[in-house]
Design a protein around this ligand. Structure first.
Ligand code: SF4
Length: 460
């Protein structure tokens, strides 16, 4: 009983978060930067921050995540880290030879007031950035927002630096991906190929954080959005931005800078959100939906129909990032499940409105909250008050799952005690099928393990 101190009595808290449902901004900045080809993320702060961010990403993706650090000591913490960053830029281009260095700040460098834009400009004017190489930067103070904010800030920094408008319009769409797995980015590309829609997907961590074992160490794997692709985004027909929290800033920037209009959409998780995505691709790409995609949708609907009795009315608690939770909750409601408790540590005003829209009619008893006080303790207390049948979220839910004996589907970031998430997508209709299979497996395992002997069934 690891969390046996948790009580069902909820005390109003203003200045205390217990087991937050989020992590640190720079982790998101690192992840976004890894989705561009030939890029080395750089953490402007202390070694400890960089180690934590790298190790969290490495544990989740089971791949060695490379990143450099300005390695602040007492001197730089007091007098500023400009000298460290200038030296780091020289060392990195000389020793590790990336095409791009993506610098993000940390709590420490933000608190002492280091201006990354000014330091990078100085590096350029001092001749420390070799011809054809690039240094981009994004502020990521971790005392506001979450890992999703860091991802959004770095994505904005990438677009701001690279996207250029020329005189020739390109027959392509920009797809800004929210924070999803490499497998999901691969799935997006598969769908786009089936739909015959020319595109630039940014970022793209497939073939970076799911690269095959080939016996060689590759500092910069073959995947990632390339520089010419990112430059061409300024000439695209339109941008589809998937996930408001992670991509809206970059989409607005592309619009302001290059006059490329954008559509904000949910990540294509589940049936309705995938329908909306496919319809947008068809409309904006002026293509028709191939039969094979209709068939994928049909198979997903078929399995839901076949297994409906195991899903109907099941009470679910979820935690994670808003961009995933919103379409996932919609998907659960579509399957007649009851998402009753939802928390996200990522702040943002539209979260509660969007949840209300999905849940107010179908699950009026649902409780949902986001921001600093929407933590795992609150979720556990809600569960103590009135239990649920299923948990869906990142690895940190395993304590509640064990203590309360509730089936648990791992989804989100980080997943540091299982594999599969970076190889099997949860986006699109095929991803929906995977979510459904995982949900059904744990619910049916639980039924097998706990039902009375006379109700134990061979065929389910
Ligand atoms: S919260 Fe701030 S100090 Fe802590 S690891 Fe993240 S960036 Fe570093």
């Amino acid at each position: 009983m690891l969390l046996n101190h948790t009580t069902s009595k909820i005390v109003e808290r203003k200045a205390l978060t217990v087991n937050p449902a989020k992590t640190c901004q720079p982790i998101g900045a690192m992840y976004a930067a890894l989705g561009i080809h030939g890029c080395l993320p750089h953490s402007h702060g202390s070694q400890g921050c960089c180690s934590y961010h790298r190790s969290t990403l490495t544990r989740h993706y089971k791949e060695p995540v490379m990143a450099a650090t300005s390695s602040f000591t007492e001197g730089s913490s007091v007098f500023g880290g400009q000298a460290n960053l200038l030296q780091a830029i020289t060392n990195i281009f000389t020793i590790y030879e990336p095409d791009i260095i993506a610098v993000h700040s940390t709590c420490l460098s933000e608190t002492i007031g280091d201006d990354l834009g000014q330091i990078v400009s100085k590096a350029a004017s001092d001749g420390k950035i070799p011809e054809g190489k690039h240094v981009i930067q994004a502020p990521t103070p971790s005392y506001v927002g979450s890992h999703v904010t860091g991802y959004a800030n770095m994505l904005e920094g990438i677009v701001k630096y690279f996207a250029k408008k020329s005189d020739s319009l390109k027959n392509q769409l920009n797809i800004l991906s929210g924070w999803v797995e490499p497998s999901d980015m691969r799935e997006l590309k598969r769908i786009l190929k089936l739909m015959k829609v020319k595109n630039v997907l940014l970022p793209d961590t497939s073939d970076v954080l799911d690269s095959p074992m080939n016996g060689k160490f590759e500092m910069y794997p073959k995947g990632g959005t390339t520089i010419p692709e990112m430059v061409s985004m300024g000439d695209s027909l339109h941008t589809i931005a998937l996930g408001e929290w992670a991509t809206e800033k970059a989409a607005i920037n592309l619009d302001n800078q290059c006059k490329v209009k954008f559509s904000m959409q949910d990540l294509p998780i589940g049936i309705q959100a995938t329908d909306r995505f496919i319809q947008s691709l068809a409309k904006l790409g002026s293509v028709s939906v191939p039969e094979s995609i209709n068939d994928e949708r049909g198979r997903l609907v078929d399995v839901i129909t076949d297994m409906h009795q195991y899903l109907y009315g099941k009470r679910v608690a979820l935690w994670g990032d808003p961009d995933q939770l919103i379409p996932l909750v919609e998907f659960l409601v579509d399957m007649d499940m009851k998402p009753v408790y939802i928390v996200s540590g990522t702040p943002g005003k539209t979260f509660e409105k969007k949840m209300e829209k999905i849940l107010s009619k179908s699950v009026p008893e649902a409780k949902y909250k986001n921001g600093a006080n929407a933590d795992m303790l609150l979720m556990h207390q809600w569960i103590k008050e009135n239990p649920v049948d299923l948990l869906i979220g990142n690895t940190y839910g395993k304590y509640i799952s064990r203590d309360e004996k509730i089936p648990f589907v791992r989804m989100g970031f980080p997943i540091i005690d299982r594999v599969g998430h970076s190889y099997f997508p949860t986006l699109g209709y095929m991803g929906g099928l995977r979510i459904l299979e995982k949900i059904l497996s744990v619910l049916m395992d639980q039924q097998d393990a706990t039902c009375p002997e006379e109700s134990f069934e061979l065929v389910m």
